[in-house]
Design a protein around this ligand. Sequence first.
Ligand SMILES: [Fe+2]
Ligand SMILES: [Fe+2]
Length: 331
Amino acid sequence: MRNVPQSELNNLEALLLNTSGNVPLHNRFRALFTLKALKSDQAVHIISKGFRDPSALLKHELAYCLGQMKNAVALSTLEFVLTNEQEDPMVRHEAAEAMGAISSASSIPILKKYLDDSNRTVRETCEIALAKIEWDNSEEGQRHRSSSSDEPQSYTSVDPAPPTSGLLSGRSKPGTAAQSSVEELRDKLLDRQLPLFERYRAMFALRNIGTPAAVDALAAGFSDDSALFKHEIAFVFGQLLSPHSVPALLQILQDSQESDMVRHEAAEALGGIATPEVLPYLKEYMTREDAPVVVKESCQVALDMYEYENSDQFQYANGLDATQLTEAVSA
Ligand SMILES: [Fe+2]
Ligand SMILES: [Fe+2]
């Protein structure tokens, strides 16, 4: 944790909260990512002040970052957000998920309470967050924590569920193990009889495999009827950054029947992939009249990220470097 002078914190706060009234959204995101990287209590307090904002996109990102910071000081704010039934469900969902990321037993009662919230996304998130806290405290979870600290980690995010572990069934012939794993994980991913937590575990295992076959298996999940489940698949595509996922993501972005949350996540993933073919779509949906606000805003932020990555600016504003930027791919 680096020591940051108070004047810099004040500056970040003013940017994040848009005190001047003319800070563009993408600059507010940049300030947020810098605060997230600090992980300090003070950074948590500043981020917590942002929940009065009208932008659901910004607020859901605040909650996501609070979870990723893994600082229990954020729990009272997150509880406040989850409890506020007037708040956008996407923001409440992210607050519940952040509690799962922080993984404190003290969050169990409130997560249990919202297991029967009127919003399906909120209910399902609470279910997964509870299973995650339980798993973290299980023998397998403890073992995983001590063994994974010495493994190289390709994804630095705190995921809502650990990848499926252990050997899959013995039906693979020698040399086809990976392929067989993809098939088995795909079956698990798509099995609606399984608890969501187990399906999420298969999702993160497929992400870690990351081959085109794994991407296809993940994309098959877009036929599900849970918006939460689908948005997480789009999120995982945003981490994988595989051009192979572009057709599936474009289909989601353009589907006006699809939930805003899923389309938003598809827009962000496309912004991360940013091959020349996707740019016209992001530009179109940034201004399209019939596009939901969170989709427009996601395209705006995604295009800004793209411009940054393709400019010769060495440092992102506010001292965020390129590595942090990659890690900052959002919730
Ligand atoms: Fe999101
Ligand atoms: Fe989310």
